[in-house]
Design a protein around this ligand. Structure first.
Ligand code: GS8
Length: 220
């Protein structure tokens, strides 16, 4: 029986973008279902992730996997022969997971504060965000990708936040390209891959979405 793969996602969500990239990288045929996470979650979403009620969710032959980093690892282990994302060496695997966790706990958190806050809080978030990117640039070093010569786990975890760059820059009133050119060069390199460029939304569309989102929430 052929695999049945369904993905529940939300287009502006960086976490959803991760799964789209991994599925594209590995050439896994799937059905994509867009969710209206703010107003109308589907019964399938609520049944598949009753704990957090969030997307993305990967549903493989009827079995749901929630949390984007867990789903990325599941995809990597299930379709092991195509384009591996995690290295085979246990130490290197642990390091890739460490940096992906750093992206979730630090980059995403500071990034959100850059567009959601103002004044001192926003200035601190901008500094925090740039400091995180500097650490990531150090980890990247001279390699083309965090995965080495090919796109890896950390690349897939991080690149969706690159698509949010114009949101951070416009609301934070700073240039990430000026401050962190190596990071931007890495982002452009990743975007040359079809699996990435076709999985990330248009930056202007994302900016317009965030503007509307802030208006609806009454955030200045
Ligand atoms: C985060 C998913 C998430 O925040 C992951 O998958 O890695 N740690 C999780 N999903 C959001 C959309 S992106 O902002 C979501 O589904 N929100 C719905 C809600 O909060 O009710």
């Amino acid at each position: 029986m052929a695999d049945e793969v369904v993905m529940l996602g939300f287009w502006p969500s960086p976490y959803s973008m991760r799964l789209r990239i991994a599925l594209a990288e590995k050439g896994i045929k799937h059905e994509y279902k867009e969710e209206d996470v703010h107003n109308n979650k589907s019964p399938l979403l609520l049944k598949s992730n009753p704990v957090h009620k969030k997307v993305p969710i990967l549903i493989h032959n009827g079995k749901p996997v929630s949390e984007s980093l867990m789903a990325l690892q599941y995809i990597d282990e299930t379709w092991i022969d195509n384009a591996p994302l995690l290295p085979s060496d246990p130490y290197l695997r642990s390091q890739a997971r460490f940096w992906a966790d750093f992206v979730d706990n630090k980059v995403a958190t500071f990034g959100r504060k850059v567009w959601m806050t103002k004044g001192d809080e926003q200035e601190a978030a901008k500094k925090g965000f740039l400091d995180c990117i500097e650490l990531l640039e150090g980890e990247l070093g001279e390699k083309p990708y965090f995965g080495g010569e090919t796109l890896g786990f950390v690349d897939v975890a991080l690149i969706p936040f690159y698509s949010w760059l114009s949101v951070y820059e416009n609301f934070g009133n700073f240039s990430i390209e000026v401050e962190r050119p190596e990071f931007v060069a890495w982002g452009k390199r990743c975007l040359q891959k079809e699996s990435v460029s076709e999985s990330l939304p248009d930056q202007q569309k994302l900016y317009d979405f965030v503007l509307q989102f802030k208006k609806r929430r009454g955030v200045e």
